[in-house]
Structure formats: C-alpha cells, structure tokens
Write a protein that binds this ligand. Structure first.
Ligand code: HEM
Length: 232
C-alpha cells in the first residue's frame, strides 16, 4: 500500500500506474476479443469456451478482482493527471488543443469515461444478465446441453442481445471509441514507460494503429454479423 501511495504522489508515478494498468487492460481486451470471435465457429465452440471460463471458479474471481483494481488505478490516475494538466494550463490553447496533439490524445479522459460506462452496461447485460437490452427473452435462463451437461447458452444470449438494432449499434459505437482510445493509448503507454525514443517511435506508432484497427474490426464484426443476420 505504501508503494501505491508513493506512486500516486508523483506525476511520474501516476504515469507508471496509468501505463501498467493500461497494459493489463489492453491484454484483457485482446484476449476477450479472440475468445468472443469463436462465435463464428458456432454455438458449441463458444459455449464450451464460456463454460471453461465459468468453471475456473475462484481463479475467475481472482482475475475479476485484478481487472477491477486495474480499472480503479487507471481511472484514478487519469483523473489526477487531467486535473494536474488543467492546473498547469488553466487556459485552453487557442483553437482548442495543444499544438501537435491529436484529437484522440485530447479526448482520452472523455473516451475513457464513456468506455467505463459501457463496461458497466455490458456487465449488467452479459454477466449479471439483467433485463437491460430491450429483448423479451430472459438471458439468465438460456440453457443448452454440452457433452451431456446443462450449461448457460452464451451463444444464444449474444445473438438475442445483438438482434436488437439499438443494442448492436450501441456496442458498435462503444467498441469504436475503445479503438480510438487505444490508438493513442498504446503509444502513450510506451512513452510513459520510457520506451519511446526516436528510433522506436515509427514502429510504436504503427503497432498502436494496427492493434487499434484490429480490435475495432474484431469487436465490431460480432454485433454487425448478428445485426445483418449472418450469425443467428
Ligand atoms: C462485441 C463486443 C463484445 C462481446 C460480444 C462481448 C461478450 C461478452 C460475454 C458473452 C461475456 C460474458 C461471458 C460469460 O459470462 O460467460 C462478457 C463479459 C465481459 N466482458 Fe465482454 N464482450 C464484448 C466487448 C467487451 C469490451 C469492449 C470490454 C472491455 C472494454 C468487455 C469486457 C468484459 C468484462 C470485464 C466481462 C466480465 C468478465 C467476467 O468477469 O466474467 N467486453 N463479454
């Protein structure tokens, strides 16, 4: 706890916290996308994967708690750094932004907070399975049989969820914002960790762009495919 307090007390420490927590959240987002893309391999494959995750029991709770702690650190450090930047420069730059700063970099706090709101909705939708998606179906009671066992029908839950055009559209907007956030975030992470120098900069920029586009395409493809009736 003392290390955490010490890290939070300096600007550099807060940047390390942002970058470290961001790296772990980025890893989760990549893994979650790869897992979700199994929807294109059919119900049995996706449901077997989801059942495997559910069966991790206590380990799943450890992962959830680590992720929650990372979200807390990431948002906490982001708010402190934003307030600090505002105090250092109370008047906005003429024309709205810092010279050379991209739109993505200037809007990180807003895109980040919208993504956090999306994650709350998403957890209510697919993890708590509360009735938040305009569908007449009860997502919590969707069951199927897998290898002779009754398991939760995650495939049907996702399909039914995204058959609501408004819900699918909301997901598409949210994951596009996530991609926009990461387009700057990935490069900023290398910078904060002191790994970005003149020689590595082009490769880091390219990596950030490729990763954010790949995430956008991967995540958007799921609600879009259901919406278009390609996955049903
Ligand atoms: C098209 C986009 C997405 C789909 C189809 C999707 C699908 C799912 C599903 C089916 C679950 C529940 C799994 C289960 O209970 O068996 C889940 C959980 C979750 N998703 Fe997503 N997801 C998407 C995007 C995202 C994004 C962009 C984030 C983060 C920014 C995210 C974060 C989470 C988290 C934190 C959980 C809870 C994991 C747990 O503790 O069980 N998801 N997602």
């Amino acid at each position: 706890m003392n290390i955490l307090r010490a890290l939070f007390q300096t600007t550099l420490g807060r940047k390390y916290l942002m970058a470290g927590s961001g790296l772990i959240l980025f890893g989760f987002v990549v893994g979650h996308m790869v897992g979700n893309l199994q929807i294109f391999l059919g119900p049995a494959v996706l449901n077997r994967y989801a059942h495997f995750l559910q069966s991790l029991g206590e380990l799943l709770w450890v992962v959830r708690l680590v992720l929650l702690a990372m979200v807390g650190l990431h948002i906490g450090a982001a708010i402190l750094l934003t307030l600090e930047n505002r105090r250092a420069r109370p008047l906005a730059y003429e024309g709205g932004g810092a010279y050379g700063a991209s739109l993505a970099s200037r809007t990180m706090i807003y895109t980040g907070l919208i993504i956090a709101a999306f994650v709350v909705y998403h957890l209510l939708h697919f993890t708590v399975r509360a009735p938040v998606d305009l569908t007449p179906h009860d997502l919590a009671t969707m069951k199927t049989t897998l290898d002779g066992k009754e398991v939760h029908d995650v495939y049907r839950m996702v399909v039914v969820g995204f058959q609501q055009p408004l819900v699918a559209a909301f997901y598409i907007v949210a994951v596009s914002l996530l991609s926009f956030h990461l387009g700057h975030g990935v490069a900023a992470m290398f910078q904060s960790l002191g790994l970005r120098n003149r020689a590595w900069n082009p490769a880091i920029q390219r990596f950030g762009q490729v990763a954010s586009w790949a995430l956008a395409i991967g995540y958007v493809s799921i609600p879009l495919a259901v919406w278009l009736g390609l996955v049903k």
